[in-house]
Design a protein around this ligand. Sequence first.
Ligand SMILES: [Zn+2]
Length: 334
Amino acid sequence: MEELRTSEVERKWQQKWVEQETYAYDGNSKVYAIDTPPPTVSGSLHMGHLYQHTLQDFAARFRRMSEESVLFPFGYDDNGIASERLTEKELDVEHQDFSRREFQDKCREVCRDYEDRFTEKMQGLGFSMDWNNTYKTISPRVQRTSQLSFIDLYEKGREYREEAPTIWCPECGTAISQVEMEDDEEETGFYDIEFDLVSSGGFVISTTRPELLPACVAVFVHPDSDESHLAGERAEVPLFGHEVPIMEDERVDMDTGSGLVMCCTFGDQTDIEWYRAHDLDLRVAIDENGRMTELAEDLEGMSTDEANSEIVDRLEDENHLVGRRADIPYDKNP
Ligand SMILES: [Zn+2]
């Protein structure tokens, strides 16, 4: 008798299940539907996918045995940054070099390859999905569903448009969701910079981001600080010369600096809170490519790192740099 190898036997039956639509949804009786966020097309499937789908498969098979109509579709999440990054990596290209349509076509092409491999792996593992019911999150049907859902929210008055600070990746050229982020600790310098008061005298603030000086819109002082008498005065921003108000606010961190900080639009979350609470100006010193804007005057076009060291040098030349501490870790968003 002809000897069959396990892999051949498995393949034969897996193929048969697909062809005979063994696990197809018949839509006759009570429906038990399983639909979960589909795997992201950002690389290969991993153990997490295997685990998650195994649990779903238990439920699907149990319900089928209870004579219920089971709808167990399979989806490919190929609509998003993860798939775009995969395409750039796979083809060694950058999306900026193509028109929107051209790049979309490239993404579809790369994703199709990966999706074929997803299908092969899922069928090879013997999962009981309905292969007549597959969907891609980039497909017109899913796009339409998401548009209808948006219109629904609009009609309920639950959507609004607002100009607001966002997490932006200059490399991807797009806003990034908080969930896509991982914090990373890096070493940097901490600089003590002397500001002049418009009246007379001066004070010192400490910062890790001297390149944000052109975006400075206010100076805040903690009410318990020895310098709280400065509130109500105006200060001149070193090198750039514009005047900013000095205001009191309890959110000033008293532990790391002098009890005085500059507020720039935007350096961090507190800057955003201050901007809103005190109705401050908006000064955008860094553009969407991570380069300095015209507010940085002759530093326009420099990267933030270049501007950082150039500004430190100039502060030193003009005797506005009164101290520096190197190599302190700070929380830099990637
Ligand atoms: Zn990015």
